[in-house]
Design a protein around this ligand. Structure first.
Ligand code: ADP
Length: 502
C-alpha cells in the first residue's frame, strides 16, 4: 500500500498525513469548499475537492470519495474518526471497490455498532456488561416492567446510539414512559432506528477504556487504559493514561477482558473497549471500532505509534509484541481545545484564527488541524486540536500541561483553554478524585471567573496588533489550481512551485 486517501478533515486528517509521510505512503486529502485552505488540504501530497454538496455533508459522500480514490490511484482509505469511520456500508463499499479499508472488517463494525448485539456478544465472550437488557424493548410497557424488576434509576439507550444521542435517565417510575418515548424519538431521527434498550444507571462511575491493537493473523494486544471521566454532556474533555484508580489486578483483568472482546470479533487494527468502573467493578460500555481522539496519551506512555500501526496492520504486517512486551512508562494527559467559550456556557465560537502560538518544550505535543488564517465555522465539530503532555509521574504531567496551556495563544475565536487551566488547578482533579459527574460536581469550573483572564486578554489583543502589522508587510496569498484538478495552495506554490512533493 503506497497511497492512502484520507476521508476526513481537521486534526485527525493531519495526524494521518503525518503517519503516511513517515512510512513513505503518498497521502491524498479530500476537502469541502469550506476547507479549501485548511491545514489538511495544504499538508497532504495531493488534495481533491469533494464537490458542491453543503460543507457539512461533503465528507459523507461515499460516491465522490470513491471517485477521488480511483482518480488519484489510492490503494487504501483511512476514515479517521467520526464521519465514515463507523459506517459499515462505507467500509463495505471501499472493500467492494477493491481498496483497503484501514480499520476492521465491515462485519465487525456492523456488529459493534449495534449496542444490543455488541452486549450479547461481549457477554458470551465473558466480558462483564452494565446490567440490563441485551435486546431492544418492545414498548414503554416493557421498559416499565424491566425497570421495576431492576430497580431505579435506569438509563434508556439507543441500540444504534453514538455521541450521547438517544439516551435518557429515568429516576423513578413516573419518568419511565416519557423517557422511553423521548429516547426513541431522538434515536429515530438521529440514526433512523428507534430501538431502545435499558441499562442500570450507575451513580458515580469513572469512564476507563482500554486500547487494543489486532492484526490480520489473529494477534491481539492491549496497550493499557485511558481515563476519560472528565466529560461535558457525554463529550470527553480531558483524558489521561494511566488511571490513578486501577490497582495492578484490576488493570490486568480489564486488559484481559478487552483482549477477549477483540478476539471475539476477530478485531484488526486499532480499537477501544470502553468500560464504566465503579467501586472496583468494571462493565463493558461499548467498543469504538476506530482510532480515538484521545489516542495520543496511549502513544506517549507506550511509545507505540497507533496510526502507524493501523497502516502497518492494513498492509498485512503482524504485530511484533507479546503482551508482556508492552510497557507503560510515566503519565500523559490530553486537553481537547475546542472553539467553545468556557466563559459563556461553552457556546460555539466562530471566526478567523488571526494568531496562533503553539506550546512547545519538553514533554509537550500539539496535534492540531488549524493554523493562523483558518476560518472556524459551524459546519464541523468544534475540535481545533489537542495539547498532550507527558511526565515521569502524574504531578509532573499536570505541571507541564499547565505550563503548555500558558504558552498557548489562539486569537480570533474563543476556545476552552482557560477552562482546562481551572481543571488542572482544582483539588479533586489533582487528587485524582474523578467520576463522570466531575463537572456537575464542580460547576464553578464552567463559569467565568470574577475578573476574567484580564492578562490573557491583554496579551491576545497585543498579538492581534502584531499580526496586523506583519500582514501589512506581506503580499496577499494567491491560489492556483494544480494538475488533476487539485488546487495547490499559495503555500505549496511558494515552497515547491510545480512539484507534488515539498
Ligand atoms: P454514546 O455511544 O452515545 O457515546 P455511551 O454508551 O458510550 O454512549 O455512553 C456515553 C456516556 O454516558 C458515558 O461515557 C457515560 O458518561 C454515560 N453513561 C453511559 N452508560 C451509563 C450508565 N449505565 N450509567 C451511568 N452513566 C452512563
Amino acid at each position: 500500500m503506497k497511497s492512502v486517501l484520507i476521508a476526513n478533515r481537521g486534526e485527525i486528517a493531519v495526524r494521518i498525513i503525518r503517519a503516511c509521510r513517515e512510512l513513505g505512503i503518498r497521502s491524498i486529502a479530500v476537502y469541502s469548499d469550506a476547507d479549501a485552505e485548511a491545514l489538511h488540504t495544504r499538508l497532504a501530497d495531493e488534495a481533491y475537492r469533494l464537490g458542491p454538496a453543503p460543507s457539512s455533508e461533503s465528507y459523507l459522500r461515499t460516491d465522490r470519495i470513491l471517485d477521488v480514490a480511483r482518480e488519484s490511484g489510492a490503494e487504501g482509505i483511512h476514515p479517521g474518526y467520526g464521519f465514515m469511520a463507523e459506517r459499515a456500508e462505507f467500509a463495505k463499499a471501499v472493500v467492494d471497490a477493491g481498496l483497503v479499508f484501514i480499520g476492521p472488517s465491515p462485519a465487525t463494525i456492523d456488529m459493534m455498532g449495534d449496542k444490543t448485539r455488541a452486549r450479547t456478544r461481549m457477554e458470551a465472550a465473558g466480558v462483564p456488561i452494565v446490567p440490563g437488557t441485551t435486546t431492544p424493548l418492545a414498548d414503554a410497557a416493557e421498559a416499565e416492567a424491566v425497570a421495576e424488576s431492576m430497580g431505579y434509576p435506569v438509563l434508556l439507550k439507543a441500540a444504534a446510539g453514538g455521541g450521547g444521542k438517544g439516551m435518557r435517565v429515568a429516576e423513578d417510575a413516573s419518568r419511565i414512559r416519557p423517557s422511553f418515548e423521548a429516547a426513541a424519538r431522538e434515536a429515530k431521527s438521529a440514526f433512523g432506528d428507534g430501538s431502545i434498550y435499558i441499562e442500570k444507571y450507575l451513580s458515580r462511575p469513572r469512564h476507563i477504556e482500554i486500547q487494543v491493537l489486532g492484526d490480520l493473523h489473529g494477534g491481539v494486544v492491549h496497550l493499557g487504559e485511558r481515563e476519560c471521566s472528565i466529560q461535558r454532556r457525554h463529550q470527553k474533555l480531558v483524558e489521561e493514561a494511566p488511571s490513578v484508580v486501577l490497582d495492578p489486578e484490576t488493570r490486568a483483568a480489564m486488559g484481559e477482558a478487552a483482549v477477549r472482546a477483540a478476539q471475539a470479533v476477530e478485531y484488526a487494527g486499532a480499537g477501544t473497549i470502553e468500560f464504566l468502573w465503579q467501586d472496583g467493578d468494571f462493565f463493558f460500555l461499548e467498543m469504538n471500532t476506530r482510532i480515538q481522539v484521545e489516542h495520543p496519551v496511549t502513544e506517549l506512555v507506550t511509545g507505540i505509534d497507533l496510526v502507524e500501526w493501523q497502516l502497518r496492520v492494513a498492509r498485512g504486517e503482524a504485530l511484533p509484541w507479546t503482551q508482556e512486551g508492552i510497557r507503560i512508562e510515566g503519565h500523559a494527559i490530553e486537553c481537547r481545545i475546542t472553539s467553545e467559550d468556557p466563559d459563556d456556557g461553552f457556546l460555539p465560537s466562530t471566526g478567523t484564527i488571526r494568531y496562533l502560538e503553539l506550546p512547545q518544550g519538553p514533554g509537550v505535543r500539539w496535534d492540531g488541524g488549524v493554523a493562523a488564517g483558518t476560518e472556524v465555522g459551524l459546519h464541523y465539530d468544534p475540535l481545533l486540536g489537542k495539547v498532550i503532555a507527558w511526565g515521569a509521574d502524574r504531578a509532573t504531567a499536570i505541571e507541564r500541561m499547565d505550563r503548555a496551556l500558558r504558552e498557548f495563544v489562539l486569537v480570533g475565536v474563543e476556545h476552552c483553554g482557560p477552562f482546562h487551566r481551572r481543571v488542572l488547578a482544582e483539588e479533586d482533579f489533582r487528587a485524582g478524585n474523578l467520576s463522570i459527574r466531575y463537572l456537575e460536581e464542580h460547576p464553578e469550573l464552567t463559569r467565568a471567573p470574577e475578573n476574567g483572564d484580564a492578562l490573557q486578554r491583554l496579551a491576545a489583543a497585543a498579538a492581534v496588533l502584531l499580526e496586523d502589522e506583519r500582514r501589512r508587510t506581506l503580499a496577499p496569498p494567491r491560489i492556483r489550481p494544480g494538475a488533476g484538478g487539485a488546487p495547490r495552495s499559495a503555500w505549496q506554490e511558494a515552497f515547491a512551485p510545480g512539484a507534488s512533493e515539498y
